[in-house]
Design a protein around this ligand. Structure first.
Ligand code: SF4
Length: 500
């Protein structure tokens, strides 16, 4: 089978979902070829001929290959300002490679002023009008031969993010129109979220032959004729990853140790609203997989992409000594209260942890059901920092539990812990459409479109989005000192780990 991961996602590491599907197919005797059309398509646009009208574009294009190569070397990551210059140059090349009046493309986003990615009608229009898509040229030059030469009657499209939706559907339309004998299968995180909606009406049946919700391994195997009861556990197959293709200083491989979130209680979290069942293998089993990946692919970095790495797996990791560095999302676990444990994690290869603090007000955390104690957070941040593990702290402003005074407490908490916070991610809350909280609030659509997953709401404490954004820009960012590092543009935590 041919499996394609469409643009746009951050081009710094290969996609994890298709790697797992590929392993499942190959282990059961089905050939599988994976194409990361995201990185290939982006490079196609970056390297395309554009009409140069201004000095910035001329300068950037002249240094195009140099910029790409700098982003793959480690030197650039010791100079934050120069890094940003390079990233903005690259992003500019991508932006000017398309009709800017209609499309807005960046290294992490895709939008079309004519079509909405949360409207099923517009997605189907994107399929019909695939020739208008900025990646159409890449479909023809980069994908045509591969689709043609694939012996399988199926082409799989993995759509995980909203920024992939319009291009993914344009790609589906192109396949449908050009390869009448191929059946299209579509799956991935975004498709699963849409299919989980209680009001989902299967709007893509005329275009997509099979839509898969949730983990795709078993449904794919059954589609190919494999009976039920086959092996359910696979180690991701990264054979498709071409050397030096991705924009990172070394080989980064994503790895998921668990599905869903073992906590699943935070009231604001879409993970809770989607009720994706949590599942995980035994920690020792997952470690074996990680060791297999280490031996087979010699990664420089492993990105653990779990929603929250489980305490059991963290413990298991702390006893290991890997040849790669690793990072991932964790909760403020009790084990981090022990400096020795943090030191062991560091020695295992942990260079950075992403921590969802959300708020510096205990009352807000309690109402959110976050299960976090601020007294613990203080000690944990200090212990991680002392162990030499970078801390990337995520804050969420504007939930229905927060008012301005609570947001101010978050600011004070951050100021008091600046010495042990390396990076901050500041987000404004979007209300998940099918969450319990949405039932009690006065809401209206956030984006127009039948597939939108978020709502706007009347804030019960009169702390609306506009005020929240002003607070972040005019107060929070000004008062937090420069000891907290600048968040890498477009790549954020995916590149933050490389700055020592
Ligand atoms: S820990 Fe993170 S992923 Fe899990 S429910 Fe809370 S916010 Fe969601």
């Amino acid at each position: 089978m041919l499996m394609i991961f469409p643009p746009i996602a951050k081009p710094c590491e290969p996609p994890a979902g298709v790697a797992l599907l590929s392993a499942a197919l190959k282990e059961n005797g089905f050939p599988c070829e994976v194409v990361d059309a995201n990185i290939e398509g982006m490079l196609h646009l970056i390297r395309s001929d554009v009409r140069l009208t201004d000095p910035w574009s001329r300068r950037a294009i002249k240094k195009r290959e140099e910029i790409l190569s700098e982003l793959k070397g480690s030197h650039l990551y010791s100079h934050m300002d120069r890094y940003h210059q390079r990233v903005y140059d690259l992003n500019h090349m991508l932006a000017i490679s398309v009709d800017q009046k209609r499309f807005k493309i960046s290294l992490s986003d895709y939008s079309d002023t004519h079509l909405s990615s949360v409207s099923s009608r517009d997605l189907l229009k994107s399929a019909v009008r695939y020739k208008e898509n900025p990646f159409y040229g890449f479909f023809e030059t980069g994908l045509r031969d591969r689709v043609q030469e694939s012996a399988s009657g199926f082409v799989g499209l993995s759509v995980c993010y909203l920024n992939q939706a319009l291009v993914g559907f344009a790609l589906a339309g192109w396949i449908k129109d050009n390869f009448r004998n191929k059946k299209i299968i579509m799956g991935g995180g975004l498709i699963s979220s849409w299919m989980s909606r209680p009001d989902y009406t299967h709007p893509f049946d005329s275009l997509i032959d099979v839509c898969i919700k949730g983990e795709g391994e078993q449904p794919l195997l059954e589609l190919l004729g494999q009976s039920r009861g086959t092996k359910k556990h696979y180690v991701p197959d990264y054979d498709f990853v071409k050397k030096d293709l991705y924009l990172a200083p070394g080989r980064v491989l994503p790895f998921r140790a668990s599905i869903g979130c073992y906590w699943s209680k935070c009231r604001f979290c879409p993970e809770k609203a989607e009720t994706r069942a949590y599942s995980s293998q035994r920690a020792s089993r997952v470690l074996e997989d990680l060791r297999t990946i280490e031996q087979k692919y010699s990664p420089d970095y492993v990105h653990l992409i779990d929603n929250a790495i489980t305490p059991a797996f963290l413990k298991a990791l702390s006893h290991e000594r890997f040849s790669f560095k690793w990072y991932g999302f964790v909760r403020f676990e009790k084990d981090f209260l022990y400096p020795g444990f943090c030191q062991n994690l560091k020695e295992s290869g942990c260079d950075m942890l992403k921590l969802g603090l959300e708020s510096g007000d205990q009352a807000v955390l309690d109402q959110m059901n976050k299960g976090t104690d601020l007294g613990m957070v203080s000690k944990i941040l200090k212990n991680l920092h002392q162990a030499g593990i970078l801390t990337f702290v995520y804050l969420l402003f504007g939930t229905s539990f927060e008012d301005k005074a609570a947001a101010r407490k978050t600011l004070e908490f951050v100021k008091a812990h600046e010495a042990s916070i390396d990076y901050l991610n500041l987000a404004v809350f979007n209300l998940p459409k099918f969450s319990e909280d949405a039932e009690d609030l006065k809401t209206w659509e956030f984006y127009h479109g039948d597939l939108s997953l978020y709502l706007n709401f009347v804030h019960p404490l009169q702390w609306d989005r506009k005020q929240v954004k002003q607070f972040i820009q005019k107060i929070f960012k000004k008062e937090v000192s420069a000891t907290v590092r600048k968040n890498p543009a477009f790549f954020s935590s995916n590149h933050a780990i490389f700055f020592k």
